[in-house]
Design a protein around this ligand. Sequence first.
Ligand SMILES: NC(=O)c1ccc[n+]([C@@H]2O[C@H](COP(=O)([O-])OP(=O)(O)OC[C@H]3O[C@@H](n4cnc5c(N)ncnc54)[C@H](O)[C@@H]3O)[C@@H](O)[C@H]2O)c1
Length: 377
Amino acid sequence: MPKRRSKLRIAMVGHAFMGRAHSNAMRQANRFFDLPFDIEMAVVVGRDADRAEAARAQFGFAEASIDLEATLAREDIDLIDVATPNDTHAPITLAALKAGKNVMCEKPLALNTREAKSMAALAKKKGLKVGMWHNYRRCPAATLAQKIVARGDIGKIRHVRAVYLQDWLSDASTPASWRTDASVCGSGAHGDLNAHLIDMTHFLTGLRFTDVSAIEATFIKSRKDGSGKKRTVDVDDALAFLARFDNGAIGTFEATRSAPGRKNYNKIELSGEKGSIVWNLERMNELAVFRFDGPADTRGFQTVMCMDDVHPYAGQWWPDGHIIGYEHTFVHTLVDFVLSMRGKKPFSPSFDDGVAVQQVLDASLKAAKTRRWVKVS
Ligand SMILES: NC(=O)c1ccc[n+]([C@@H]2O[C@H](COP(=O)([O-])OP(=O)(O)OC[C@H]3O[C@@H](n4cnc5c(N)ncnc54)[C@H](O)[C@@H]3O)[C@@H](O)[C@H]2O)c1
């Protein structure tokens, strides 16, 4: 007889890009992983009844709603999933926590450090489980990279070289959206893409940023919105920064949405005393590893295929080498969060991790605006 599991009822707020990715994870998690809860897709919450209903039918939720307050008041909802634009993360999360709900929130955690700290503080006060969807941590190759660094295989880290390049804002005819409006997103490529690089650096290296210096540019200063109205673009198209870390290492970070030909080029290279590692989302099942040990005449970067049984998460899917994709990183994130709800093992990225990312984002944005080095608080 299979063990009876209790249910974990989720209400998801927002149902576009991330809503699609999160709800796919909700559908797959129990099918591939042994979890203490049966995930139930209870409600999808939107702002427009027809679109919310269409999302309900397509994604497989039991109900659709446009009443967030009423959803939060329901006793049968255990977890609120926040998959909406950045300016709504704090208000929705704070309301959910006040209503006694656990929360999973998209990145960046908030518009600024002050907001992020208020979310982390309330979650602690309420003793609720919270986490963030920095999904790239849970590519098997990235999780393996973290293990390799933690066990000292490449020695003390000296360099972090990270880029996240996209091209969809290269063209002036790409319409304005919430992603080009600072009041909704906080910053442009920076908060969107550097947020991932900063979290990945924290995760892979355990290092903390101490000082940053930055440059930013907005190449196209106004764009038409969907209705043809001209809108000012008040966020960066690109932001690059230099960083110093608490162990003496140095780092370079570059985020842009104006790099023609680069689609989702999220790449991080770590150089240590004894070797290097390169992870690149566009080759997400592979890890490039270099070490100085072994015979000198065959030394070079090795490409490790990270989808064998011995690799993180890989054994839950297919036979060795049968690769996985972007959507699986969300499944892994949800699985680890659900496991943390029953066990004592904390989930990361936590809201404290989100605050740490936000502090680096805020410091580097300030460095770009003031053209000075800024200490990371
Ligand atoms: N983890 C990742 O890799 C990743 C990738 C893309 C986006 N994101 C993050 O996910 C969040 C959502 O991004 P997206 O790409 O899904 O955006 P999107 O524009 O595709 O979708 C946003 C959704 O939120 C809804 N919405 C907006 N305001 C709302 C409100 N007040 N109440 C209820 N619903 C509301 C919209 O109707 C839409 O369904 C952002 O914070 C973004 O930074 C993360």
